[in-house]
Structures are given as structure tokens and as C-alpha cells.
Design a protein. Structure first.
Lengths: 289, 235
């Protein structure tokens, strides 16, 4: 029993790692730009396909492929900012609708480029860390966890300790007052979009060898990310990370002891419960929600 | 003139907020804009800072046109703005709030110097250095908003209702601070509903009514003006 719990805990930490990367990016974009990026799951998907293209097809080193995933999807975020969110700045609903359109374009492009089949990527390594007979951690999963901790740590450092980090937080709290300090809204929007999209891309790239990659894989990711953000409190980065861990544990435990569909139901119920008991989320404030 | 407004108008949709306002702010001294709620005082300051687009007219700072610049570029020219309602960043610490005020400045030693100077001017901000801005009282937040603007080392300081919602003893303190800042060589444009306070502090005054300038002159003169006394000083 203890072994089963330990294994479930490891699985949950792995799930929490990539969910929090996606959710934090989504929160950052919403916080700074006030827009809900529905295409965020598809950015995750594009990140996964960069690994299909560079690592599986062109046989480049895995590290090169995921770095490229981060940068390429980050640049894609810049394209979204310039072409959709900036012209629609005074119209958050318009930004949301445009991002749904963009999501469909990305899905169509992936289908045209790679087909609708499931891509299976050769594992980066077959090595498994064996804690005991029933508690095992495949190395690629450990890699996702380490990468998430490193990337989220770097983001935390950036936001707390650098000039542009302060600017980003100031912009999220009061865009107009931030502009009065000389902080350019366009610039903070670009930074938020590059980081937010890049994190989704790298999450997709990191998990690509562990899941089946297909053009519609972004769907379940974005639903999970939304649940996590609502539970954590819209606008709270720390909340998104902690809620990712909570959600991943609940979902993994229920999947292990019952099944995945019930786990989805429990996850959504958890969100409803939080909305009833504390509508601003566990760590949120009402100001920007 | 350091700052010139040349016949500016601003509209919100079809509603005209200010019409054909012309003003001059000399380099040095305090200019005040007084008027009732909704007369267009804040709109005038917001137009100077690039937060409201002009329907007509021109704004010049140090002889150069600035009314086509976005807000962050106006700050870069040297105009700092203490907005109405203070608008400090609630979830940033006092020190982080102050440092955002110096966002555009690259000379780190000078910024540290100015931070020290702000802490000398406002000892309470030093005590609360690591505290989140939202946990502070209204008076402390107003001091933080002023300190944040000073961190830009402005050539001109715009202040929108710095006395709003503060206890009389704090209002006096804020007034003394405005005088000190001005004495240190920073010209101030002060928007106030508290006309008594504003006319005491200012050298020159403009009176706005329903979006237009109806009176202007030396502050002492307007203080004795019958219309001003009846409408704004309650004498």
C-alpha cells in the first residue's frame, strides 16, 4: 500500500510539473494583457511537434529540440501578440475569440504537416530509477520534473529580482499606473507573451516522448489548465503552481484507485467547490478576476 | 514656458470633457488647476501625460510637441504624474514601488542615491520598505505615490488631488512636502478640489468650469476674487 502511494505520488508530481508550466504561462498572459488565450493548449501541441520534427524525424539531440520548442513557440506568442492581442487590446472578448480562431489554424496546420495520426516518439532513454520493486521513476519523467522546477525558479527570479520583472508585475496590477512610470505596455505584453507561450511550448516538447502526440492533444491540456487557474485564483502565479500540485495529486490518486473519467469528474467538482466556498480561488484576490 | 497647452480639447465618445484649454507652466513655481468635480481637471493632466488623446490642440514640453506620444514616452521626456487615487501597485513592496518609478533610468548609483533621498524625505517609507503597498494607510500610500514619481527625477511633476480622502493633519504634511519638492527645483502642476490649500501653495492658478478655463491669474489675486471666494472657498 505504501509503495502504491509512493508510486502515485511520483506520478502526480510528474503531472503537476507540466500542468504548472502550462498554467503559469496562461496566468501570466492573462495578468499582463487581460486576455484569455484559448490557443494555449495548441501552443503546447506545437511544442510537442517541434520534438517530432527535430528529434524523431531529423534526429537532432533532444535538448536541442526542446530548446527550439521553447524559442519557436515563444516567437509564435510574439506573432499572436502583434497580430491579434495588440489590435484588440481594448476588446478582451475579441482577443479571446481571435485566440480560438488561432487555435483552429494551428490544429489545421499540424494536421496538414504531420497528418492526424498519433506520433510515437522514440524514448530519450529507457533508464528507470528503481526505488523498490513497485516504485519506479522513468528518467524522462524525472527530466520533466527537474525542468519544471528550474524554469519556474528562473521565472520567479525574473519576476522578483529584475527590473523587467517588476515592470511586468506592476503592469499586471495597474497597466495605466505602470505606463505613468515609463513602462511600455507593448513591451510588457511582448515579454509576457514570449514567456507564457514559451513555457507552454517547452512543456509540450518535454512531455512529447511520454504521450501520444496528435493535432488535438491541446484540448485536455487547456481544460486542465483552466481548472487549475480557477482553483488557484485567477491572476496568482503561486496559486497556479500550488493548485497544479493539488489537482495533479487528486486526479492521479482517483485515476489509480478508480478510473480516469471519475478523476475528471472529481477534478471539475473540486473547481466547483472552490468557486462556491471561495470564488476568488485559493490564492486569488478579487481585483483583477 | 516649460509646458504649454495650446487650445486642447478631449472628448469621451461624443461627450466633450475639456474644450479649448490653453495654459502655460513656467520653469519653477507651482501652478494649480482648481474647479468642481467633473470640471475637467484630471482630464487635463491625463491629456498632458498621454493617457487621453486630444481631439484638438497641441501640447509642447520644452518647446517640443508631446501630444502624439504614448504615456511611457512622455515620462521619458521628464514629466512624472502622481495619479488621482494614488494608484500605487498594491502587491509590490514599498521599495519595489519606488524602483518602478525609476524604470527608465540606467544610472544605478544615481537611482540608489535618489532612493536614499526619498527615504530621508519620507522616513515612514523606509520603516515599511518591505511591506506590501496595499497594507499601508491612505496618507502613507500618497507619500509612496509621490516618492515613486520623484524616483523618475522629473523635470515637471503633475499631481492629481494629493489631499483627497486624507485627514487634515496628513493634508498639512503633504502640503509641506509639495513645497519642499518645489523648493528643490521641480516645477509642479497641482490639481485640487481643496481650493484653499491649492491657492495657498500655488504661484499661478487656473479655474476650470465645465471643461473650460473661466479664470486665471496669480494665486493670491484669485484668492481675493469674488467668484472664487463664493464658489470655491465658501466665504
Amino acid at each position: 500500500m505504501i509503495e502504491l502511494l509512493a508510486q502515485t505520488g511520483l506520478n502526480a508530481l510528474y503531472a503537476a510539473s507540466y500542468i504548472s508550466l502550462v498554467a503559469v504561462g496562461l496566468v501570466l498572459i492573462f495578468g499582463v494583457m487581460g486576455v484569455i488565450n484559448f490557443a494555449h493548449g495548441e501552443l503546447f501541441m506545437v511544442g510537442a511537434y517541434t520534438v517530432v520534427a527535430l528529434y524523431a524525424d531529423l534526429q537532432m539531440p533532444f535538448l536541442v529540440a526542446i530548446t527550439f520548442g521553447l524559442i519557436f513557440v515563444g516567437l509564435l506568442g510574439l506573432v499572436m501578440e502583434r497580430s491579434m492581442f495588440r489590435p484588440l487590446r481594448d476588446n478582451p472578448l475579441g482577443g479571446l475569440v481571435a485566440s480560438i480562431g488561432f487555435l483552429m489554424i494551428l490544429q489545421a496546420l499540424a494536421s496538414i504537416g504531420f497528418g492526424v495520426r498519433m506520433e510515437h516518439i522514440p524514448p530519450v532513454t529507457q533508464e528507470v530509477i528503481v526505488f523498490s520493486e513497485k516504485v519506479r521513476l522513468p528518467l524522462p519523467r524525472l527530466f520533466v520534473m527537474v525542468a519544471a522546477v528550474v524554469l519556474l525558479g528562473a521565472l520567479w527570479y525574473f519576476l522578483r529580482r529584475t527590473r523587467f520583472g517588476w515592470a511586468l508585475r506592476a503592469s499586471a496590477q495597474d497597466p495605466e499606473a505602470a505606463a505613468l512610470q515609463g513602462i511600455s505596455i507593448n513591451q510588457t505584453a511582448r515579454i509576457a507573451m514570449f514567456i507564457g507561450a514559451g513555457l507552454a511550448g517547452v512543456a509540450g516538447a518535454l512531455t512529447a516522448p511520454l504521450v501520444s502526440v496528435n493535432p488535438h492533444m491541446g484540448h485536455s491540456v487547456i481544460v486542465t489548465a483552466f481548472i487549475v487557474i480557477i482553483v488557484g485564483g485567477v491572476g496568482s502565479l503561486e496559486g497556479a503552481v500550488l493548485a497544479s500540485v493539488v489537482y495533479a495529486f487528486v486526479h492521479t490518486v482517483v485515476t489509480t484507485f478508480w478510473d480516469g473519467v471519475i478523476a475528471d469528474i472529481v477534478g471539475l467538482s473540486l473547481m466547483l467547490l472552490v468557486l462556491i466556498v471561495k470564488p476568488t480561488g485559493l490564492f486569488g484576490t478579487a481585483e483583477r478576476a | 514656458m516649460l509646458l504649454e497647452l495650446d487650445g486642447i480639447s478631449v472628448s469621451y465618445g461624443k461627450v466633450s470633457a475639456i474644450r479649448d484649454i490653453s495654459m502655460g507652466v513656467p520653469d519653477g513655481g507651482i501652478v494649480t488647476i482648481i474647479g468642481a468635480n467633473g470640471a475637467g481637471k484630471s482630464t487635463t493632466l491625463r491629456a498632458i501625460s498621454g493617457l487621453e488623446p486630444l481631439a484638438r490642440g497641441e501640447i509642447r514640453f520644452e518647446g517640443e510637441r508631446i501630444n502624439n506620444l504614448p504615456a511611457d514616452k512622455v515620462v521619458a521626456r521628464g514629466i512624472a504624474h502622481v495619479p488621482e487615487g494614488r494608484r500605487v501597485f498594491p502587491d509590490l513592496s514599498v521599495e519595489e514601488n519606488l524602483r518602478t518609478g525609476a524604470f527608465l533610468r540606467r544610472n544605478a548609483p544615481e537611482v540608489e542615491q535618489d532612493l536614499e533621498r526619498v527615504f530621508e524625505r519620507f522616513p515612514r517609507l523606509r520603516e515599511r520598505r518591505t511591506q506590501l503597498a496595499k497594507t499601508m494607510s491612505g496618507g502613507e500610500q500618497q507619500m509612496l505615490a509621490i516618492g515613486r514619481a520623484l524616483m523618475a527625477r522629473p523635470r515637471l511633476l503633475l499631481m492629481d488631488e494629493p489631499s483627497m480622502g486624507l485627514a487634515p493633519v496628513i493634508v498639512e504634511e503633504i502640503a509641506r512636502i509639495i513645497e519642499e519638492i518645489n523648493a528643490d527645483g521641480v516645477p509642479v502642476v497641482l490639481v485640487e478640489q481643496n481650493a484653499e490649500l491649492a491657492l495657498d501653495l500655488a504661484d499661478h492658478a487656473y479655474v476650470l468650469e465645465t471643461g473650460s478655463v473661466v479664470l486665471e491669474g496669480p494665486a493670491a489675486e484669485l484668492h481675493d476674487n469674488e467668484h472664487v471666494r463664493a464658489a470655491y472657498l465658501g466665504i
